[in-house]
Design a protein around this ligand. Structure first.
Ligand SMILES: Nc1ncnc2c1ncn2[C@@H]1O[C@H](COP(=O)(O)OP(=O)(O)OP(=O)(O)O)[C@@H](O)[C@H]1O
Ligand SMILES: [Mg+2]
Length: 361
C-alpha cells in the first residue's frame, strides 16, 4: 500500500494537450476514480502513473519517492488495460503467470501465486483454458488476476467493466470493490460511467479536456458541484441560467423566465459563487428533489412552478417526467408508489424546495 502524488503533471502529444497540470494526492489504500467523458485524459493519466508515458511536465511520487524516471516494470503497479491486452494464444494460467516469470520467480512460487489469484477472481478451474474460450466477463477477471498476482503496491484499472453487459457489470463492480477492501491496495480506477464512480469510490476526480474540474467524495461531487460541467455530468439535473433579482438575508431570488422567479439559499452555492443583485448565475436542482405541490409544502420555503408534461417514463422503480416550464426544460423524478401516472399534455404544479436549489457562478 502506498500513497501517490501527481505533482502538476501534463502530457502533450505534439500540439494536442492530453492532460494539463494535474495536481493530486491519492491516499494509501484509497479507491480513487478518474471520471470524465471520452477523450478527457483518463487513460493518459493512468499511463503516466504506470510509466508507459513520460510526462511532458511535472513529477510522480510513490510513497514520497520520485518515480518519474522509473520504467513500468520497476514501479510494482498492476494494470488492467482498457482492452485487457491478454495474450489470446496462451492459457489463463500462462497469462496470469507471465508477470511472475519475467520477474524470474521460482516455479513452485509461481504455481502457488497463480492459484491464489485464480481463487480471488473465482476462476479456480479455468487455468488450462485458452483466452479465446472464455466469456467477456471471465476475460475481465483474468486481466484482474494478472494485475493482482504480482501483489502490486498500486492497482490501475482502466474501464475494466466496459465490455460487460449491465447485469455482469454490476456484479463485477461489487466483486472488485470487495477485493480491493480485502487487500487494502491503493486503487486508481478509470471510468466514464458516473454511477459506477459514485458507487465504488472513496474520492472522484472529474476531468474535462485534460483539466481537473473537481476532486471530492461522491457526496461532495453530487451535492456541491463546483461548476456547470460537473453539475450536469454527474447525475441528472435541471440546469437553468438566470439573473439574481432580489436578495434578503439568506433568501436569493433568481429570475429564470418571465414568469418564474426561483427561490434559492445564499448558503447553498458553489465555492466561487459571487452573489449580487443583477449578476447572471446558473441554478441547478435535481429531478428527485422536486415535489408535487400539495398543501403540506406551503409552510416550507421554495418555488411553485406550473409545467406541462411532454413525456412520462415509467422505469419500475421510478416515474420520470420531462416537462416544459415556461419554455424551460424541467425534469422531475418520483419514486413509484403505485399512483396513477400523469399523462402527456397534463399541467402539473411542482414544488422546488429552496434548500434543493444550488447556485453556480
Ligand atoms: N498517443 C497519442 N497521440 C496523440 N494523441 C493522443 C494519444 N493518446 C491520447 N491522445 C489524445 O489525448 C486526449 C486524451 O486521451 P485519453 O486516451 O487519455 O482519453 P480518455 O479519457 O481515456 O478517453 P476514453 O474514455 O475514450 O478512453 C485525446 O484528445 C486523445 O485523442
Ligand atoms: Mg481511455
Amino acid at each position: 500500500m502506498i500513497d501517490v502524488t501527481l505533482e502538476r503533471i501534463s502530457k502533450q502529444f505534439g500540439n494536442v494537450s492530453g492532460v494539463n497540470d494535474v495536481n493530486v494526492e491519492i491516499r494509501s489504500g484509497e479507491f480513487f476514480t478518474l471520471l470524465g467523458p471520452s477523450g478527457c485524459g483518463k487513460t493518459t493519466t493512468l499511463r503516466m502513473i504506470a510509466g508507459f508515458y513520460y510526462p511532458s511536465a511535472g513529477r510522480i511520487l510513490f510513497g514520497g519517492q520520485d518515480v518519474t524516471n522509473l520504467p513500468p516494470n520497476k514501479r510494482n503497479t498492476g494494470m488492467v488495460f482498457q482492452n485487457y491486452a491478454l495474450f489470446p494464444h496462451m492459457t489463463v494460467f500462462e497469462n496470469i503467470a507471465f508477470g511472475l516469470q519475467t520477474r524470474k520467480q521460482p516455479k513452485a512460487v509461481i504455481q502457488e501465486k497463480v492459484e491464489r489469484a485464480l481463487a480471488q477472481v473465482h476462476l479456480t478451474t479455468y487455468g488450462s483454458r485458452r483466452i479465446d474460450q472464455l466469456s467477456g466477463g471471465q476475460q475481465q477477471r483474468v486481466a484482474l488476476a494478472r494485475a493482482l498476482v504480482i501483489q502490486p503496491d498500486l492497482l490501475l484499472l482502466d474501464e475494466p467493466l466496459s465490455n460487460l453487459d449491465a447485469k455482469l457489470r454490476e456484479e463485477t463492480r461489487l466483486e472488485i470493490k470487495k477485493l480491493q477492501l480485502e487487500l487494502g491496495v491503493t486503487t486508481l480506477y478509470v471510468t466514464h460511467d458516473q454511477a459506477e464512480a459514485m458507487s465504488m469510490s472513496d474520492r472522484i476526480m472529474v476531468m474535462q479536456g485534460g483539466v481537473v474540474q473537481q476532486i471530492g467524495t461522491p457526496q461532495e461531487i453530487y451535492n456541491q458541484p463546483v461548476n456547470r460541467f460537473v453539475s450536469s455530468f454527474i447525475g441528472e439535473t435541471n440546469l437553468w441560467e438566470g439573473i439574481i433579482e432580489r436578495m434578503e438575508g439568506d433568501d436569493v431570488y433568481v429570475r429564470v423566465s418571465p414568469t418564474i422567479l426561483l427561490h434559492a439559499s445564499a448558503s447553498h452555492t458553489s465555492p466561487t459563487c459571487n452573489l449580487r443583485v443583477g449578476v447572471p448565475i446558473a441554478v441547478s436542482f435535481r429531478p428527485e428533489s422536486i415535489k408535487e405541490a400539495e398543501a403540506q409544502h406551503t409552510d416550507r420555503a421554495g418555488s411553485f412552478i406550473t409545467s406541462l408534461i411532454k413525456v412520462s417514463e415509467f422505469t419500475g422503480v421510478s416515474v420520470q417526467y420531462i416537462t416544459d416550464a415556461d419554455g424551460l426544460l424541467l425534469k422531475a423524478m418520483f419514486v413509484n408508489l403505485g399512483h396513477q401516472l400523469r399523462e402527456r399534455g397534463e399541467q402539473v404544479t411542482f414544488f422546488i424546495p429552496k434548500e434543493s436549489v444550488y447556485l453556480i457562478e
